[in-house]
Design a protein around this ligand. Structure first.
Ligand code: UD1
Ligand code: MG
Length: 444
């Protein structure tokens, strides 16, 4: 990627997003585990702008703290009334003394990649343009601003769909809403914007004609992959973008040596880390800060959220969250592993077993039909089928501690707080209410 010297970046995110019909601001909807604006800021940040500004307005109380959290250096600019993209940029430039180049883009185009932005920057800088707009040719351009070029192919104006004649509507090259400007030129021209259009707004798009007519150098630069420039205005477009992002993420993992048996039913958040030679079976959803080491086998039909999976582990038809599954361990089918669980290496959690906030030592097994809650289990221990860790007395949760090499008989109730010492055996069907010393054998 080329070295980008970006002075300022402005992300426009003050609009209402009416067509989403949502109480959640549009840019806060999720794609692959990140908000829409999170994706945009992630790509823009990788170009290291010296000054990053986000224009917020609608849903500011939610959007502003989120922006600060994910992009620490970002400044937010408040646009109380949404009087158009030109107005938003006027506000963002108001106290800006820097010169150089500014990138402007919308907060609702999450599929744009940093590589595309970098190439756009390179073309703009090489040609010493005053204004460049990134364009795309869409199979269906309706709703977008159209790019009007003269006989020499130079861009002369951008005309919004609502303001376009039938002839102009026939143009399928559209404005993606991504621009690069020389800051001094832009400052001059945004002052001159007028709201003489069908929406009575100040359109940023009008600065292109303004700069061109004033003798500035303008260019429309066509991006090759139009899917990157899709904006999200409603839930159907959200689903379309989610699917494109899924394919993109899966492709990346497959190129890195991960086997994904059915990429159309495998959903992986952009934050997930997977080593090579991991196999993922259909219907699997990997979320958040999940990481998976080499040789592990996940799925079919499993959901992992914030899970650390060790090398060679296997997780089949199970739900696991905020937990660790040690190398060589096996989970499932039909296991439910809840937050705060740590399975050491080579453990087994089998069919219809629920584990919550528990540590299970190396080589230990909970093979069938059990509930393990608030427990610590040592190494080499076996928990018999249908054992219940009775951790809740109706008021408080209590801890159970089980030593190493213990054999808990089937259908045992361990009434916490209770301790079972190393090497102890308990008989099937016991209700354990008192501590059991090491080596005890209730079996004979
Ligand atoms: C805009 C462009 C259009 C382009 C399309 C690409 C204008 C006039 N039109 O249209 O040429 O094809 O994007 O997606 O710019 N916003 C603010 N404050 C405002 C108004 C908008 O911050 O007062 C933000 C919105 O939150 C959004 C972005 O600017 O992120 C674009 O605004 P939107 O109203 O969606 O413009 P489009 O109609 O999509
Ligand atoms: Mg839009």
């Amino acid at each position: 990627m080329t070295q980008v010297q970006l002075d300022v970046a402005i992300v426009l995110a003050a609009g209402a997003g009416t067509r989403m019909k949502s109480d959640t601001p549009k840019v806060m909807h999720q794609i692959a585990g990140r908000t829409i604006i999170g994706h945009v800021l992630n790509e823009v940040n990788s170009l290291s702008p010296k000054d990053l500004r986000v224009v917020v307005g609608h849903g500011r109380e939610v959007v502003e703290p989120h922006v600060k959290e994910i992009a620490h250096s970002a400044k937010t600019v408040f646009q109380a009334e949404q009087k158009g993209t030109g107005h938003a940029v006027q506000l963002a430039l108001a106290d800006l003394s820097t010169t150089g180049t500014v990138l402007i883009l919308a907060g609702d185009t999450p599929l744009l990649r940093k590589e595309t932005l970098a190439e756009f920057f390179e073309a703009h800088s090489k040609n010493k343009n005053h204004a460049s707009v990134l364009t795309a040719e869409l199979p269906d351009p309706s709703g977008y601003g159209r790019i009007v070029r003269n006989e020499d192919g130079e861009i002369v104006a951008i005309v919004e769909e609502r303001d376009a004649t039938e002839e102009l509507k026939g143009i399928n090259e559209i404005n993606t809403g991504v621009y690069l400007f020389d800051i001094a030129t832009l400052k001059e021209s945004v002052k001159k914007l007028k709201s003489n259009n069908s929406q009575g707004e100040l359109y940023l798009t009008d600065v292109i004609a303004e700069i061109k007519n004033g003798g500035g150098k303008t260019a429309a630069i066509l991006s090759l992959d139009y899917t990157e420039t899709l904006g999200i205005n409603d839930r159907a477009q959200l689903a379309e973008s989610v699917a494109i992002m899924r394919d993109r993420i899966n492709d990346q993992h497959m190129r890195n040596g991960v086997t994904i048996v059915d990429p159309t039913t495998t959903w992986i958040d952009s934050t997930v880390v997977i080593s090579n030679d991991v196999t993922i079976y259909p219907g699997t959803w990997l979320r958040g800060k999940t990481s998976i080491e080499s040789g592990a086998v996940i799925g079919p039909r499993s959901t992992l959220a914030d899970v650390k999976v060790g090398a060679g582990a296997s997780i089949v038809e199970s739900q696991v969250s905020e937990s660790e599954v040690g190398s060589g361990s096996s989970v499932g089918p039909f296991s439910f592993i809840r937050p705060g669980t740590k399975l050491a290496a080579n453990t087994k959690v089998g069919a219809y077993v629920e584990v919550k906030k528990s540590i299970i030592g190396e080589g230990s097994k909970v093979p069938h039909l059990s509930y393990v809650g608030d427990a610590e289990i040592g190494e080499g221990t076996n928990i018999g089928a249908a054992t219940i860790f009775v951790n809740y007395d109706g008021v408080e949760k209590h801890q159970t501690v089980i030593g190493k090499d213990v054999r808990i008989g089937s259908d045992t109730m361990l009434v916490a707080p209770v301790t079972v010492g190393d090497g102890a055996y308990t008989a099937a069907g016991s209700v354990i209410t008192e501590d059991i010393p090491a080596g005890a054998n209730f079996h004979i």
